[in-house]
Design a protein around this ligand. Structure first.
Ligand SMILES: C=C(C)CCOP(=O)(O)O
Ligand SMILES: [Mn+2]
Length: 419
């Protein structure tokens, strides 16, 4: 389904909210769209903008065409082998101009942000015939320059380092307003260069790519910015990221834009930092990765990154334990699958992982602090964790499963749910 096709689907299903009066891109879009569900603004600096279109599990599942409850298992079984083909036309070619970001309704989301931020752009990079597609936050520095937060160790940063070592630039393109499944694929940790093949697998059909002058291949989009990741760096931030707290200001690479392209009457896709869509796209794609890794060592039933854990730091893994060691193995597997994970809770299949009270019940009745907690001191977690030291932290795994040698002690006789 295309970007506009998905918006039409939301409209046709009565799920799209509308704001017809003019709204400022500076903080007002945040005020009007926070918690609103899918929303279409008719006039943000004279442009149509949409936000929250993938803000819930149901919306993400809708884009995938499956029930929300099947999403993790469905995604855990999908490989990265979908078909990709190059085409020579896309509607974003209808309007080609010199770059001028002031002509776009790029939002400044929160007071104190370092500037307006592009937050939904799929950043496609290419250096020496290696490519990557990922969503990076991009802070506007001027009409044709952006500062890109590139996390060391991630694929785009690897291309950037390779180019830097040779004093070269990385060809890049930013695609805004793309097929929701392309956006989801670009938000998923897949093997190098496999994002568009994975997107095609998610779609169950071809992903079409269009070659730009700088050699980068981009998907269909409402807006495409073409340019280069330069060797120049600039302060990036502050930015309110997935925790709803401000991330640090760092010296980050500068993207110099060379061309701006957009379809007639483009709809700009805004992505609310720390909003539901941010959590669905940045966190949920790790659930199938955890599910797949845990399935190698235990009988996994479900996995969820909890809302309270920003859909990023805390995983609940539900297993059917066959040996006492299964829970510890599941903890190790989850931590291996999602490098930014901080805490893992393993529970039995009679615990409702979507009910925080049931999770607490498992902690209260099936965990002992001196036997069931495993620590992973001084390991790389998330740079977004305010409690970490630029990502370095201690991770914790908790086994809150019933003991197999005395299951009768843990059997719940009361009706499901908490009376
Ligand atoms: C959005 C960002 C900055 C990605 C954070 O990456 P991590 O430090 O690996 O969790
Ligand atoms: Mn990648």
């Amino acid at each position: 389904m295309s970007f506009r096709g998905f918006l039409d689907d939301l409209e046709g299903s009565g799920l799209m909210n509308h704001v017809r009066d003019p709204v400022s891109p500076v903080e007002e879009v945040t005020e009007r769209s926070w918690g609103s569900g899918p929303i279409l603004f008719d006039d943000v600096s004279g442009h149509k903008c949409c936000l929250n279109i993938l803000g819930t599990r149901d919306l993400l599942a809708r884009a995938l065409g499956i029930p929300a409850e099947d999403m993790v298992r469905h995604l855990s079984q999908i490989g990265c082998q979908g078909p990709v083909r190059e085409v020579d036309w896309s509607s974003f070619m209808e309007n080609v101009s010199q770059p001028d970001l002031s002509r776009l309704p790029i939002m400044t989301y929160f007071p104190g942000d370092g500037g307006p931020y592009i937050t939904s752009g799929v950043v496609v990079s290419r250096f020496e015939d290696k490519i990557n597609a990922c969503v990076h936050r991009l802070m506007v520095l001027g009409k044709d320059r952006l500062a890109a937060r590139l996390v060391p160790g991630r694929h785009t940063h690897q291309l950037y380092e390779a180019a830097l070592a040779k004093g070269k630039e990385v060809a890049v393109a930013v695609a805004i307003g793309v097929d929701p499944l392309v956006l989801m694929a670009a938000s998923t940790r897949v093997p190098p260069e496999m994002e568009f093949c994975y997107a095609a697998a998610l779609r169950g059909s071809h992903v079409e790519l269009i070659a730009l002058d700088n050699g980068v291949l981009v998907p269909h989009a409402q807006i495409v910015l073409e340019g280069y990741i330069t060797t120049e760096r600039a302060p990036e931030g502050p930015f309110v990221d997935i925790t709803g707290t401000r991330d640090l200001v760092r010296q980050e690479p500068v993207i110099r834009l060379t061309r701006m392209m957009m379809c007639n009457e483009p709809i700009y896709h805004g992505l609310l930092p720390a909003g539901g869509e941010h959590k669905m796209l940045m966190g949920v794609p790790y659930e199938p990765l955890i599910y797949r890794e845990v399935s190698k060592v235990a009988k996994v039933k479900d996995v969820m990154l909890t809302e309270g854990g920003c859909c990023y730091f805390h995983a609940v893994v539900q297993i059917e334990k066959e040996t006492e060691e299964d829970a510890r193995r599941a903890i190790d597997a989850a931590i291996k699958a999602h490098r930014s994970l901080k805490h893992v809770l393993v529970v039995d299949s009679d615990i409702d992982i979507h009910d925080p009270r049931d999770l607490e019940y498992a902690l209260a009745t099936r965990m002992r602090g001196d036997e069931d907690i495993v620590l992973y001191p001084n390991v790389r977690g998330s740079t977004l964790d305010p409690r970490s030291n630029e990502g370095m932290t201690t991770k914790v795994g908790v086994d809150a499963t019933a003991r197999l040698d005395r299951l009768w002690k843990f059997q719940r006789l009361t009706p499901a749910g908490h009376g």
